[in-house]
Write a protein that binds this ligand. Sequence first.
Ligand code: AMP
Ligand code: MG
Length: 565
Amino acid sequence: MSQSNLQRSMPSVTLLDLSDARFDNRFVRELPGDPETRNVPRQVRNAGYTRVSPTPVRSPRLLAWADAVGEILGIARPASPVSPAVEVLAGNRILSSMQPYAARYGGHQFGHWAGQLGDGRAITLGELISPNGKRYELQLKGAGKTPYSRTADGRAVLRSSVREFLCSEAMHSLGVPTTRALSLVATGEPVIRDMFYDGHPEAEPGAIVCRVSPSFLRFGNFEILAAQKEPELLRQLADFVIGEHFPELASSYRAPEVYAKWFEEVCRRTGILIAHWMRVGFVHGVMNTDNMSILGLTIDYGPYGWLEGFDLHWTPNTTDAQGRRYCYGNQPKIAQWNLTRLAGALTPLIEDDAALEHGLAVFGETFNNTWSGMLAAKLGLASLEHSDDDSLLSDLFETLQQVETDMTLFFRCLMNIPLNPISGDRAATSHAPESLESVDQMNDHGLVELFRPAFYDASQAFSHAHLTRLAGWLRRYITRLRQEGEPEDLRYHRMSRANPKYVLRNYLAQQAIEALERGDDSVIIRLMEVLKHPYDEQPEQEDLAARRPEWARNKPGCSALSCSS
Ligand code: AMP
Ligand code: MG
């Protein structure tokens, strides 16, 4: 390795062992906590959180670590899978600078007010100030019971922890706003789950993820205070969040306009977030208001999934299979519904319906503009402002939905169509077919053939009706691209940044889980590495970009998931 490469690969700051880190606890310091400390399920009033410690686990062992997150925090990868740092990540060792707590929140679940929920199994250890001066909460998910656990056990199973760990980091690399994950630790204790809710509970391995975010506050933290008529605390929490996380708005103190501006900013961020989900084909699966981050981040990875066949009605969540409230195509509408609940909760602070309406309108505008810009980029266009663009898009979505077509692969194939005869360098790197033919010389079959990797059922895809329809659409699209008259390289670059090649396909996550359950971490490590560069070709990793194999179509964990986690 050359000297300059060596320097580049060396971290610029010395990384600390987590067990030597100094935590701060601003949230606990600045907001009122629950005066009661009994760790039993109960209703909590007049408090933002309850101080509670993680329940130790039998034999913690580090399974995976995200170096990128460690470097942000200035924390070194633990020296061994059973080191003191791992004891911290399992909740077995509480440092003297930590003041662990569970946050109090409520939420609307599946459209109905559910009352108090709260951190039933997540416990925040405290905040770390990173080497670049930013403050991050470290939170253990699956750390044991809290007063918010209701009848549940406070624990998490390995499979859901692997899914949260992998997906947080994959989303970050895709450029999607998200909470992060530092570590995945096996607890060495079984957790009993009835995975299919069919009366067959089984013991599964337990695990704990250490999540990292500037804040884990949700819409529900505000909703509970409004619902339980605690307006002073509502104001205090809003002031805290604005001061900490929206400092550009904090200049004038406690004016209704400041709260209105803040709500507008939450709406704007949520609009951008949902547009990203739609761009990469991510379906959250449980968009309850307690799973909506006040910072506009993806939060709480449960029965989420990735679109394989493009389908607006698809949801990974078996609990939602009937109503499909949280299916792919509903996500923008549901985000708006959730923001409307947040607006309701903030009414005591803002008291101006017009201002709240304005915030909601900002959500709509932001989502529409961002999504439209992203769709344009997905298609390699500068914008979607031509008069025919609406019908170009709706025809595409209908065509994709007509026969099962992998969304991710379709757009990568689209990016690789040989608009001009391929020559020189592009010929060597292009994934277009060997021939030097351009699209103009191809018949319908030849054109559609370019998309073969994306079809789940080739006989349907090459049926006369579908072949004619898709080829017709492609010719319209090619004409539209040429009208744009932009250099081919620019189009290619634009598309390659909007259309990931590698996403955390549901069956890939399941393969990582099954391997880890056998004690093999090679699959999770490989996935973590590949998903760090989701837009790059990485030709040697091609198998991870392939469409879902047929054996995975109906296999539990690979297609549909319950909320059991
Ligand atoms: P979720 O559906 O994961 O967003 O969780 C909804 C609520 O249930 C939150 O208050 C969680 O903290 C709580 N919860 C989920 N699973 C558990 C568990 N195993 N033990 C305690 N609380 C849980
Ligand atoms: Mg949740």
